[in-house]
Write a protein that binds this ligand. Structure first.
Ligand code: V47
Length: 432
């Protein structure tokens, strides 16, 4: 496999005006060829997927970003003994209990540490190599909750990679920790507890106007980069996202990508870790305060993925997260600069396409492989850090590592979650 540090082989950055001209052109074949050239230089005919599990521990959030359909405001008061699982959205202030999130997509929820660990355990037993854990900025959960969560998974599932918490959550932890901790201290404590890498969420679009219009109460560009810079300094690998197709322009997207590229150049030069991949996230308007917007078309998705590949030619991987772009478009994009279509996912709560109002969003390994093979590439199972996973019917291991993890191919993690275990969604009983 390519050593990304050596193999990016990137020259000087593309001129932003030239990138914009390419983006504006309808000659998608030339754009595809240019992006494919970068992609093949880095990865040849390999296309990556992984066996992973997303876990969203709460949708309560102190923020209310306009593009987000996931968050629910935290209940102001709960009557004694009442569950916190309330539908704040349909009737704000109503004390009525709501159904659990998998039957009522509008409910607010929070998972106990034990429940998150259970989910990770099911995933690990069924052969997953990674858990991707993110949630809203919960106003009550203490920093120990997040440490216990990482520690519990590390103890129960020794080789399961814990990729968790966006830069926004990390900043939140610096604010809730007592005494207040710095970003470096938060990351160090989380790493000691079991965290291994950071996902790329929360970047949105690095632009003041867009920030003001769509997510003004959220920390901005400077803090997002502070977290990723500190992580890279500490040797923690991270990813980077761009949320496109709402109120931003194409030029603003290019600026966003150029900023990621510049940060990466510094990390490659001076820091022991860097961005592993860029994930351009196609805006899904349904259920958000921007539901009146149309969202990107397929062609816009394709062009954006290709432009991301060309601009960020010093970041090893471009991921089309099929939940956002759809499996069909992610497949086509493999010839437009994309080399990774993410994984099995199983449950995903942050966005749901119209008609698919359920959090169960899963692709089997056979389907992921079929998408890749049909597009003319060689499927390669990877771990979170893009090391090859070698798997037989009953065990997997990472190339170069001495350990091996047994799994039970007959276990369906999705089936194990329906109905949920007894411990699920027990109110945590945190102080008001
Ligand atoms: O931070 C929120 C975005 C992100 C919407 O690092 C939306 O490997 C589209 O970051 N439409 C979470 N996007 C997802 C994410 C991610 C996903 C897969 C892999 C990785 C990785 C990271 O989703 C949020 C936000 O930027 N988001 N609302 C929406 N309506």
């Amino acid at each position: 496999m390519n050593d990304p540090l050596k193999a990016t082989g990137a020259g000087p950055p593309i001129d932003p005006d030239a990138a914009l001209r390419l983006y504006e052109s309808n000659d998608i074949h030339t754009l595809g060829e240019l992006a494919d050239g970068v992609r093949r230089r880095l990865h040849g005919s390999a296309a990556f997927y992984n066996i992973n599990r997303h876990i969203n521990y709460t949708n309560y959030c102190v923020l209310s970003c306009k593009f987000c359909s996931f968050f629910r405001p935290y209940p102001k008061k709960t009557s004694p003994g009442a569950s916190m699982l309330r539908d704040e959205r349909s009737s704000p202030g109503d004390e009525a209990l709501s159904a659990a999130p998998w039957t009522d997509a509008s409910a607010g929820y929070e998972l106990s540490v034990a429940e998150v660990i259970d989910r990770a355990r099911f995933a690990y037993a069924a052969g997953a190599t990674e858990v991707h854990i993110v949630g809203g900025l919960h106003p009550k959960l203490p920093f120990d909750y997040y440490l216990d969560l990482c520690r519990g998974i590390r103890e129960t599932c020794p080789h399961l990679h814990v990729k968790a918490f966006t830069a926004i959550e990390i900043i939140h932890f610096t604010r809730i920790s007592r005494p207040r901790l710095s970003i470096a201290e938060v990351l160090t404590k989380l790493r000691e507890a079991g965290l291994q890498s950071l996902p790329g969420g929360g970047a949105e679009i690095f632009d003041d106007r867009v920030h003001h219009e769509t997510f003004k109460t959220k920390v901005g560009e400077a803090e997002w980069f502070d977290v990723h810079r500190t992580a890279h300094e500490l040797g923690i690998f991270t990813n980077a996202t761009m949320l496109y197709g709402h109120v931003e322009t194409r030029a603003e997207r290019i600026t966003h990508l150029m900023k990621l590229r510049a940060h990466q150049a510094e990390s490659l030069k001076n820091r022991p870790a860097h961005f592993n991949c860029v994930i351009p996230l196609s805006f899904i308007p349904e259920g958000s305060q921007l539901a009146h917007l149309p969202g990107p078309t397929g062609l816009e998705d394709l062009k954006t993925l290709a432009i991301s590949r060309i601009v960020c030619d010093n970041i090893p991987h471009i991921k089309a997260f099929w939940i956002m772009q759809s499996p069909k478009l992610a497949q086509v994009a493999l010839n437009w600069g994309v080399d990774d279509i993410d994984g099995t996912v199983v449950y995903y709560d942050i966005t749901k396409r119209e008609g698919a109002g359920t959090t169960h969003q899963e692709l089997t390994v056979d389907r992921l492989k079929r998408l890749i093979v049909e597009a003319g590439f060689t499927p390669v199972e990877r771990d979170t850090l893009y090391r090859r996973v070698l798997r037989d019917a009953r065990s997997w291991r990472v190339e170069g590592e001495p350990w091996e993890v047994p799994f039970d191919p007959a276990r369906s993690a999705a089936a194990e979650m329906t109905p949920p275990p007894e411990s699920a969604f027990v109110p945590l009983g945190l102080p008001e």
